[in-house]
Write a protein that binds this ligand. Structure first.
Ligand code: AMP
Length: 291
């Protein structure tokens, strides 16, 4: 039976002293999120999935208001997946204006505003100013509320994963960060809550994104230069009239510096207004997906 907690006080009451594996999400759940919950299951007594569309990680003009909110379906999926706990707070619980230290009854805890620094400045950080500051701020706040021993993040958002790992290391937080492989549709498209925005024509073109990454990866393993491999990947996207390439690069997966000896191919492709992210570790990514 999945139980829904909505306040910090409820989380403290229900989960104090328990061993917790935590999966933060923004809801609109799909198989990718459920795969994270299944990994979490192997790491603690209780699995907590949070559902919170975090306003501070959306920029002006982004899709915060339009972001899909499907709580009833999300809860059914989590129930079927055997998740014990859902934390689905209102924004005022996560970002309280009053704290007990003011001498008034209020929401427990303190919100520390985190800045992402150079690791968060490029790629998604450049495309979405303040996005990673907002993401790290809410992740740290959720960690402080839920107090997990383990947290599971998707490899899909590789730069986010690198930033969370860096934050945990810098602060010496006693939390193991586990990366979950990218969950894909059968044609290779990475699952995303935003895939539902795609028109039929855009959806039909979207598998080209994974094909572009695999083309670049194959080119590298055949011994071509990074530049040639990246060009091969970019051409695959540019051949699709429904898609517009934002970037396709080879980077180091911990620094997110572009590098000819990088170990991660990353891309963002736009289909209309929808930004689709994907990435592939070089050498083993395709084998991992096909296995
Ligand atoms: P979101 O709700 O989109 O912010 O995602 C919540 C978590 O699910 C993040 O750690 C994402 O990286 C992860 N995630 C989203 N899509 C996928 C996917 N297709 N495969 C694996 N993890 C995913």
């Amino acid at each position: 039976m999945t139980r829904v907690l909505t306040t910090v006080a409820e989380v403290r009451d229900a989960l104090a002293g328990r061993s917790i594996a935590f999966v933060p999400t923004m809801g609109a759940l799909h198989e990718g999120h459920l795969s994270l919950a299944r990994i979490a299951r192997d790491h603690a007594d209780e699995v907590v999935v949070s559902i919170f569309v975090n306003p501070t990680q959306f920029g002006a003009g982004e899709d915060f208001d339009a972001y899909p909110r499907t709580l009833d379906t999300d809860l059914e999926l989590l129930e079927a997946a055997g998740v014990e706990w859902v934390f689905a707070p209102a924004a005022a619980e996560v970002y309280p204006e009053r704290f007990p230290s003011d001498g008034e009854a209020g929401v427990e805890g303190r919100v520390e505003h985190v800045t992402a620094g150079p690791l968060g400045a490029q790629f998604e950080g450049a495309a979405r100013p303040n996005h990673f500051d907002g993401m790290l701020t809410v992740v740290l706040r959720l960690f402080d509320i839920v107090r997990p021993q383990v947290a599971v993040f998707g490899q899909k958002d590789a730069q986010q994963l690198a930033l969370v790992r860096a934050m945990v290391a810098e602060r010496n937080l006693p939390i193991d960060i586990i990366a979950a492989p990218i969950s894909r549709e059968s044609d290779g498209l990475a699952r995303s809550s935003r895939n539902r925005y795609l028109t039929a024509a855009q959806r039909a073109s979207a598998p080209a994104i994974f094909q572009a990454l695999t083309a670049a990866s194959h080119s590298l393993t055949e011994g071509n230069t990074a530049r040639a491999a990246i060009e091969a990947g970019r051409r695959r996207i540019q051949a699709e009239p429904e898609l517009e390439l934002e970037y396709l690069e080879l980077v180091d997966d911990t620094t997110f510096e572009a590098s000819e000896s990088g170990n991660l191919l990353i891309t963002v492709v736009r289909a209309g207004a929808t930004r689709l992210l994907d990435n592939l570790p070089v050498a083993n990514g395709i084998d991992e997906f096909l296995r």
